[in-house]
Structure formats: structure tokens, C-alpha cells
Write a new protein. Structure first.
Length: 537
């Protein structure tokens, strides 16, 4: 093939494939991928596309035979990501926009969907599109969550039905090494596609520049704020053009296909590095942020909404957890600071609920034991504490709670502990640093947020970066005020962010730092870090 001797290369790969008695072996699938590449190099797009569809069928068969351990399944999508990218490219070359969209859905969040389908299968409301369990259930490690169902991914008709149910336009992405494919699915069934010719490496660079809390190169950071993690958030006064660049890459190619009505909903299905982008902060050429036009929420896959279970009525109870005392110590790091703003935050939220609806655990009362006992009975669970996110070991991430006991991990609400909770909550709010952060698997949701989503919570509000006390204590009470006043979750979060943005622009948000009193700028770092994952209603 490197010599351009395509006929001989095709003969060699045909010979190799003829020896594949077990067609779902990785090397046998790889040989068929090579055959598709050879056909493409020879200019036979149709043959390459047909071969690639055979490959996808073999990958599906391989998926159905995986060990039924959620942990083992999580890397499967990453293994075959480039294969799905090639299939999408070939389908779009043939003008098959709908087929390419369905292929993108087949390539994302499979471990999470299987887990959600497995959970639903235990209840009468189990999702009808799940298929039977693989035959290898006995091989799963006992410490790993069991993922017994192979979930069918969303077809185009499913996506249109979801858009109609959500009264939303779906904005769906696929990121390959060389470009970004974008689809819009409107509630009336209109589907459009665009390509953003930006390589993954360039996209990742833009995202890092936008979401990393560091001073501008010109040294415009005048002070820093303590966050609810272990970092200091610099106050950067100069506007950052990267939000405009991201808008041009991610939204402008399909802007004409988005709703024209102010406040309309966008349901965003990100992929790859886009999982860490707060789309509300993207800024168009007129200087308007996306939040000023739309209410947004995100989902790991279009099929997620076939397995999420929105509650029929508004929750009647809330558990508020704030500023725990006696939190765990992290080896080699300074002790986690107390969070006075967190206590003020939950006190303000508590005033919005009827007195009998509120369970408040703050300070010495905010222990792991109390949270594990009280959380399963609540309609809303709100954490205002430190989040420790381990990028290299997401399973070791935790929400910091009070240590009640001598266990080595006392006070650490890890993903494993979250997954063991029998939550019936309609909403979980993680008012902590990077609570939606960490290195995502092929599911597009990482660590703490994934644990709550996979446990059946239909909506999680979490943060994609470090958040500071002062703006957060304004934002979240405003969210609850709007939501309890009748707005849906996505619109309520938008209203809260718009209110905070207006206050920042008017100079009404000031903090005391080591350099004195500082008025916070309108930088998205102070208002856009919270994202709604899951159901937007």
C-alpha cells in the first residue's frame, strides 16, 4: 500500500481475512478496516463504505460479547473511535447525512447506555429498546457495577422524537482527528449537517485556553479567589477572544439552522474534548453569549433520553449539604479550607423551600454517614463542598464530607459510593470545583457526574472548572428561585446565569482579596462554569 501497489495490497488483505475464522477478533476487524482504506485509496468510495459497514456490524457483535463489567466496558468506545470516524466520513462523502448521524450515535457513550438500560431492566418501566444480556455475566469482577444489557443506540427517528418531546433542537457533534462533524435535529424533523475543518489538536488547544484558570499573558490578573477545590482562581480583567473562536468553530457552521426565538432550548450532545465546554459561554460576532439566545443542557448521547426517567411532578424535599467540618486530609497538600460562602449559599436556598421540606447538613453535621442515610429520601440533593477530581484515576475522585469513623476513605464520597446509593432524586447539584471534570471515558461524562447519572438521576448540575464562592452564592439561589417559580431546569439555569452576567456587567459583584476590594469582570469563568447534564425539564 505504501508503494501504491493497490491491487497487490488488496490481494494480500483478502488473503489475511480468509484466515479469520473468528471474525470479531480485533486483528480480523483491523484487517477489514485496512481493506476499506485500500478501497478508498483506489477511489472506490462505495466499496470502502460497504466494507466499513461490515466492520461496524462486527464491532457491534464484539460489544455484545463483552464481559458485563461497567469498568471494562468504558474503554471500548475509545478503542474504536477512529473506525467510527472513518465510517462517518465515508457516509458523508456519499451524501448519507442521516446514516452518518446514526453511526455517530453508535460510537458514543455505549458503556453508560448499557448501564442505564441494565438499571431500567430491573423496573417495570424498563426501556423497550434494550436487548438481551450477554452470556458472559459470570466473568464480571464482583467489585464492578454489572452492565447486563446491550442498549440499542438511537436511530434518526428516535432523535426526532426526542427533539419533539424536549421541545428542543438537538445539536450533535463528532470530533475526529482532522475535523468536527455537526448535526442539527429540529422538533419538526428537519436535519442538517455541517463540517468544521478544525483538527482535534487545535480544538483541544482552544478549549484549554478557554477553560484553564490562569492569568493572561499580559499580566492582567490583579488578584485571586479561593475556590471550592484546592486552587486559586485568578481574576482576569482583559476579555478573552477564545470564546469567539470557539463559537466560530462549533456554532457558526450551523447557526442558520438554529431557532430564532430568544430562550429556545438547545440540547447539546458533545463528543471527545467538547465534554468540558460550557456552551453557554460561546460568543458570537456581535458579542452576545450563547446563553443570551438559548437555554442549553447537555447529554452524553441522543439515546440517553430513552433511558432517563423524568419525574412526573416537582420534588417536595431537598437535602442541602454545606461546608463540612473535619474533611479528609490529602497527602502532600494543604488542608482543605472551610467554605463560608457555601453555608451562605444553602441558607439562601433553604429560604426558598417550605420549612418542612428542607434537611440541612452543615459544618459538623455534614458527615458521610448522615449524607448516605438522608440522601435516598430526597427529591433534590445539593452539595456545596470541595470536590477532588483525579484526572489519572477518576475512581479516586470524591466530594469531601465530614469524617465519621476511622475508615481510610471516611469523608470521601467517591463514585463507587455514589453508585451504591438508591437515589430517587429528580436533581443533584454539585456546587464544587470541577464536579463535572476529570478525564472522560468514551461516555463523555467523567467521575462524579457520571456516577450520579448512571445511578438514575435524570438531571445533574455540575461544574466544568474551579468555581469561587462569591458568584456561586448568587447563581444557585437564583436558579432555585426560577425553577421553583415554574421554569424548567434549563431555562432556570439560563435565567440565573443571565442575572449574574448582568450584575457582573454593572459592577455589582465585588470580593475582598489580599489586594483589597476587587470588582469581578464578566469573564465566563465567574458565571458559566455550571452546566446542566441530562433532562432539561
Amino acid at each position: 500500500a505504501r508503494l501504491g501497489r493497490w491491487s497487490l495490497a488488496a490481494q494480500e488483505i483478502d488473503e489475511a481475512i480468509s484466515h479469520c475464522a473468528e471474525t470479531t477478533r480485533v486483528d480480523c476487524i483491523g484487517a477489514r478496516i485496512e481493506r476499506a482504506s485500500i478501497a478508498l485509496a483506489r477511489g472506490d468510495v462505495a466499496a470502502a463504505a460497504a466494507e466499513q459497514q461490515t466492520v461496524l456490524g462486527l464491532i457491534e457483535a464484539q460489544h455484545a460479547s463483552l464481559v458485563t463489567s461497567d469498568f471494562m466496558k468504558q474503554g471500548f468506545a475509545d478503542l474504536w473511535g477512529p473506525t467510527y470516524s472513518l465510517a462517518i466520513d465515508l457516509q458523508l462523502r456519499q451524501g448519507d447525512v442521516r446514516g452518518a448521524l446514526e453511526t455517530a450515535e453508535r460510537g458514543r457513550s455505549r458503556a453508560l447506555l448499557d448501564l442505564l438500560a441494565s438499571r431500567n431492566a430491573a423496573s417495570p418501566a424498563s426501556a423497550p429498546i434494550a436487548t438481551s444480556a450477554p452470556a458472559t455475566a459470570s466473568l464480571a469482577p464482583p467489585a464492578s457495577r454489572q452492565s447486563l444489557i446491550v442498549a440499542r443506540t438511537a436511530r434518526v427517528d428516535d432523535l426526532v422524537a426526542t427533539a419533539a418531546r424536549l421541545h428542543s433542537t438537538l445539536l450533535i457533534y463528532w470530533v475526529s482527528d482532522s475535523r468536527i462533524d455537526i448535526w442539527t435535529v429540529a422538533p419538526d424533523g428537519e436535519i442538517h449537517n455541517a463540517v468544521s475543518a478544525v483538527p482535534r489538536a487545535r480544538l483541544s488547544s482552544l478549549i484549554r485556553a478557554a477553560t484553564t484558570s490562569r492569568p493572561a499573558a499580559s499580566g492582567t490578573a490583579v488578584a485571586g479567589l479561593q475556590t471550592r477545590g484546592v486552587q486559586t482562581l485568578p481574576i482576569v480583567v482583559a476579555p478573552r477572544p477564545v470564546w469567539r473562536e470557539l463559537y466560530d468553530v462549533l456554532v457558526q457552521p450551523v447557526a442558520r439552522d438554529l431557532p430564532r426565538i430568544a430562550g429556545a432550548r438547545l440540547t447539546i450532545v458533545p463528543h471527545g474534548p467538547l465534554a468540558g465546554v460550557p456552551f453557554a459561554a460561546l460568543r458570537d460576532r456581535s458579542g452576545r453569549y450563547l446563553v443570551e439566545r438559548y437555554a442549553t443542557h447537555v447529554a452524553p448521547a441522543g439515546a440517553f433520553f430513552d433511558y432517563s426517567i423524568p419525574r412526573a411532578s416537582r420534588p417536595s424535599s431537598v437535602l442541602l449539604v454545606a461546608d463540612p467540618a473535619d474533611v479528609p486530609r490529602i497527602a502532600g497538600e494543604a488542608p482543605l479550607a472551610r467554605l463560608p460562602g457555601a453555608d451562605a449559599e444553602v441558607q439562601a436556598i433553604a429560604q426558598l423551600w417550605p420549612a418542612g421540606a428542607v434537611t440541612l447538613l452543615a459544618g459538623a453535621a455534614a458527615t458521610e454517614t448522615r449524607v448516605l442515610a438522608d440522601a435516598p429520601r430526597q427529591g433534590v440533593v445539593h452539595f456545596a463542598t470541595h470536590a477532588i477530581v483525579r484526572d489519572t484515576n477518576p475512581a479516586a475522585s470524591f466530594l469531601a464530607l465530614g469524617r465519621a469513623g476511622d475508615a481510610p476513605d471516611a469523608g470521601e464520597l467517591t463514585p463507587a459510593k455514589i453508585e451504591q446509593l438508591s437515589l430517587d432524586a429528580d436533581l443533584v447539584v454539585l456546587s464544587a470545583c470541577r464536579s463535572a471534570g476529570g478525564t472522560p471515558t468514551g461516555d463523555g461524562v467523567a467521575a462524579l457526574a457520571r456516577a450520579f447519572i448512571s445511578s438514575g438521576v435524570p438531571s445533574v448540575i455540575a461544574t466544568v472548572w474551579d468555581v469561587a464562592d462569591a458568584p456561586t452564592t448568587r447563581l444557585l439561589p437564583a436558579f432555585y428561585r426560577a425553577w421553583l417559580g415554574g421554569a424548567d431546569k434549563a431555562s432556570a439555569l439560563r435565567a440565573a446565569q443571565l442575572q449574574l452576567l448582568a450584575d457582573l456587567r454593572a459592577g455589582r459583584v465585588a470580593v475582598h482579596t489580599k489586594l483589597g476590594r476587587v470588582v469581578l469582570p464578566e469573564d465566563p469563568m465567574f458565571w458559566a462554569g455550571f452546566v446542566l447534564i441530562g433532562e432539561g425539564e
